[in-house]
Design a protein around this ligand. Structure first.
Ligand SMILES: NC(=O)c1ccc[n+]([C@@H]2O[C@H](COP(=O)([O-])OP(=O)(O)OC[C@H]3O[C@@H](n4cnc5c(N)ncnc54)[C@H](O)[C@@H]3O)[C@@H](O)[C@H]2O)c1
Length: 324
């Protein structure tokens, strides 16, 4: 593995798992803007793809590998001796995770591998992409990272919950520092087309029907990718939320029907909204973060839904998906 390592001595060596995916590719790109950082993206290209990778350079490199495979991830972590790990690789998507529950459970191996090898290679802090799904059908509003009881029921949510428990346990027993990000719905140009905003936007840009499960009164909050990435990077650089958990999301609730109407308005589309029966499970009626801690970190207003959708169109979302 000698060829993978660098002759440069970088101030920080950072592993980003899942970096050929939507959120982690943007994160990796931004972290690598600092030439003192060496960023290694590890991804098995299962749902991500090479087209989403940021432009590679001497301080931003890609290794194809599976974080759930101990030997593969060990080899990479051993050769680079990372200072920080952003563990974002996971199987995602409501339908995909419900149709492949056994594959979802395999991601437990990935988090265990990251914890174990971080302990053995001197990683200073592990940043973990958890999810608002750990709140399940929430028992209070808004969801507070410290006081709202978790209500994880589906395999994806249980794996995220267990991932959080791994980090807490490795910290308690071996002193490894961690930060847990509980991401609420995030959207942006590189999001895959099976998520609600990209699905609706793609349909609208093609003047196709927009399909809504149920009456569309279920609300969601939508956090633009730049807000997510800026907050997480600030948290890392300023040493915030060490051995703690923080909600990362936007707190403005939008009914799904209104989202479809907004997208039709912005795009000037001729799409027609079609309602189909509600999903049997996993489609929460409402979820909303208490994001007050995130707002203190980011110190600027979050990007509005309309601004974010316009940015997606301007940043070539449609061209990107059309190439696929
Ligand atoms: N997008 C959201 O709204 C959202 C909300 C909550 C939590 N999250 C979490 O944020 C993280 C990133 O999500 P995303 O939306 O960018 O998803 P994504 O599917 O675009 O990215 C995930 C990436 O991980 C890779 N991957 C999956 N399993 C892997 C493995 N075993 N080894 C190596 N690479 C693997 C995939 O190929 C993909 O590139 C995930 O952990 C997800 O659970 C996302």
């Amino acid at each position: 593995m000698k060829t993978l390592t660098s002759r440069h001595s970088f101030k920080r060596k950072i592993l980003v798992t899942g970096g050929a995916g939507f959120i982690a590719s943007s994160l990796a790109e931004k972290i690598a803007q600092d030439p003192d950082n060496l960023v290694i993206i590890l991804d098995n290209l299962s749902t991500g793809d090479a087209g989403k990778l940021p432009k590679l350079s001497d301080n931003l490199r890609f290794v194809k590998g599976d974080v759930n495979d101990y030997k593969e991830i060990m080899e990479v972590m051993l050769s680079f001796q990372f200072h920080y790990v952003f563990h974002y690789a996971a199987m995602v998507g409501v339908l995909r995770t419900q149709e492949n529950p056994v594959s979802v459970l395999r991601d437990i191996r990935g988090i265990e591998n990251i914890c174990r090898i971080s302990k053995n290679t001197g990683v200073r802090r592990v940043f973990y992409a958890s999810s608002s799904e750990v709140y399940g059908e929430p028992v209070e509003f808004p969801q507070n990272a410290h006081t709202t009881p978790l209500n994880s029921r589906l395999p994806y949510a249980i794996v995220k919950n267990l991932g959080e428990a791994y980090l807490r346990s490795y910290h308690k027993e071996y002193g490894i520092d961690f930060t847990i990000f509980r991401f609420f719905n995030t959207y942006g140009p590189k999001q895959s087309k099976d998520f609600v905003i990209s699905k609706f936007l793609l349909a609208a840009l093609r003047d196709e029907d927009i399909t809504i499960y149920g009456d569309g009164s279920q609300t969601r909050t939508f956090c633009f990718i730049d807000d997510n990435v800026d907050a997480c990077i600030q948290i890392a650089y300023q040493d915030l939320f060490i051995n703690d958990v923080v909600n990362i999301g936007n707190s403005i609730e939008t009914p799904i029907l209104e989202l479809a109407e907004t997208i039709i308005k912005i795009t000037g589309s001729k799409s027609v909204i079609k309602h189909v029966p509600p999903l049997p499970e996993g489609d929460m009626t409402r979820r909303c973060p208490d994001n007050s801690e995130m707002l203190k970190v980011i110190q600027r207003p979050l990007i509005s839904l309309e601004q974010g959708i316009r940015k997606m169109i301007d940043d070539g979302f449609f061209d990107y998906l059309n190439q696929k």
